[in-house]
Design a protein around this ligand. Structure first.
Ligand SMILES: Cc1cc2nc3c(=O)[nH]c(=O)nc-3n(C[C@H](O)[C@H](O)[C@H](O)COP(=O)(O)O)c2cc1C
Length: 188
């Protein structure tokens, strides 16, 4: 199984970091495409240099439109963009493919593979919402970076894993990141 992970300059790069580590542990071949702001925000929020992710995945150059994942002839299960900025969301929703990240997303859509977009912004204006509707109508799954609290998280990683688990579920990847709702009794 092959999955592409786009990392953009929205807040929440910890989601991407945790997902890439989980995919590695689950033996999923992973290609990471960080935007320039994706790199900067990960460094700022997590103190992590994206290039250190090379121990878990293949990290691609966002300006390299000759990369294999820029072509539909290269088979992948799909792509998740996490976190997804409103800038990148707008580009993809409107068919822009001038970076490897946006081109790979466009390829995944045209080949009718799975595209999961994890947008992060608050509040949202009409253009953000319309772009999400466009993507949804084109076959993408919109999975907002808004973790639930019904599993009573005590630590940040439990909130982060809530979203990572939903992404893995969407790709049908078995994992044991979190107990599922009502799988284990909740005691006060
Ligand atoms: C610390 C930081 C946090 C940001 N958080 C968000 C965010 O949550 N959502 C968003 O749409 N943009 C956010 N931005 C702005 C984007 O980084 C900016 O729009 C950028 O152009 C996105 O580029 P990209 O889509 O190529 O990654 C943030 C910027 C910084 C510096």
């Amino acid at each position: 199984m092959r999955i592409i992970v786009g990392i953009t300059g929205a807040s929440g790069s910890l989601y991407a970091y945790s997902l890439i580590r989980a995919l590695h542990q689950l033996n999923v071949e992973t290609f990471v495409i960080p935007t320039e702001m994706g790199r900067k925000v990960m460094k700022f929020e997590c103190g992590i240099d994206v290039d250190t992710l090379k121990q878990y995945a293949t990290v691609l150059d966002n300006s390299d439109l000759f990369s294999a994942v820029a072509s539909g002839s290269v088979k992948t299960e799909g792509m998740v963009i996490v976190p997804c900025s409103m800038n990148s969301l707008g580009a993809i929703a409107n068919g822009v493919g001038d970076t490897l990240m946006s081109r790979a997303a466009s390829v995944v859509l045209k080949e009718q593979r799975k595209l999961i977009v994890v947008p992060r912004e608050a509040p949202l204006h009409l253009i953000h919402l319309e772009n999400m509707v466009k993507l949804s109508k084109s076959g993408a799954m919109i999975m907002p970076a808004s973790p639930g609290f019904y599993h009573r998280p005590k630590e940040i990683w439990e909130l982060v894993n809530f979203i990572v688990a939903r992404i893995l579920d969407a790709f049908d990847i078995d994992h044991s990141l979190l107990a599922r709702w009502r799988e284990t009794p909740i005691t006060q």
